[in-house]
Design a protein around this ligand. Sequence first.
Ligand code: KG4
Ligand code: ZN
Length: 357
Amino acid sequence: MIVLGIETSCDETGVALVDDGGRILSNMVLSQTDRHKIFGGVVPEIAARAHLDHLDTMIRAALKEAGIAMESLTAVAATCGPGLIGGVMVGMMAGKAIAAARGLPFIAVNHLEAHALTPRLVNPDLDFPYLVLLVSGGHTQILVAENVGSYRLWGTTMDDALGECFDKAAKLMGLPFPGGPHLERAAAQCRDKEGALARFPLPRPLKGQPGCDFSFSGMKTAVRTFIDRLPPGGLAPDDLAALAFSFQTAITETVADRCGRALTLFRAKYDVPKPALIACGGVAANAMLRAGLETLADRHGMRFIAPPVSLCSDNGAMIAWTGVERMKKGMTDSLSVAARPRWPLDPQAPDRKAAGT
Ligand code: KG4
Ligand code: ZN
């Protein structure tokens, strides 16, 4: 089985070919960061047009790189939501057109499910159920993956997503968009860690509170307050490193607290031989966060798994792999399926607009 995967839900155009053995035959990602960075964020109309400009060329290039003819494809999978609707439409229509022209099955992929299934692409021994922390620019969720197509939402953000929080804090620190990776690099320059934490004490929102929800909007206000109090001239390089380190530490402790509650619940509810905590989504690339979660999982007797950094941020391989997983279960979709800007993974969970689902 060889599935073509197309991802266009945000500002990365992703095209990949993946087979049912989990081999990535090609995985091309074209980032639009340069087009958006002068605006300090993703501009939906620019994103949709950029996907349109490059998608055909990338599909041809991905097939060529994999040495696969269009005739050898088994199915086509494309992100149909959630995401920026213009971009989603571009990728979905390209996928449907290929499926229609070639008479292939079409799989309408939920972008969040693709993040949540990616660990099974790289860890074939990862069985359901497992606990998922999904942290990206638009989402922050704690989910139980019970099966392909079956998820329970245990926690979500009540305001900003974690990636959004990183990006907003980084912007306040004068770092380029998208700020997460820049903030991580700035934090790595911090020489006096104890001093940084004492000088810039930041909140740990909802730490110790019941439930598994998150709230990050107060973090950027706290960062802004420190920056506003600095003498004229703003953040010197040492200040920047210290503030970035303190921010990352606060985030890691906060996320570990919320996940710790979920791990306890998971252990009580599910009796599985090799329980696992998964981190996925763009923010899961952060090394301090990964280390904090690994320590936490260890304390709870659970495995910690995070996909390689290149598969954490948006890409076509995660969409193609979700296509493989769904094909194996016979879960294909009609060509009349609609794009969904909002598409919760757990239909029973209460809808919270701020959670970006
Ligand atoms: O999953 P993703 O590529 O796109 C969305 O679906 O949103 O996630 C992008 C987010 C951005 O907010 C970016 O700043 C953040 O992930 N990010 C990071 C790191 N790498 C990417 N945040 C913190 N540390 C990183 N190393
Ligand atoms: Zn994503």
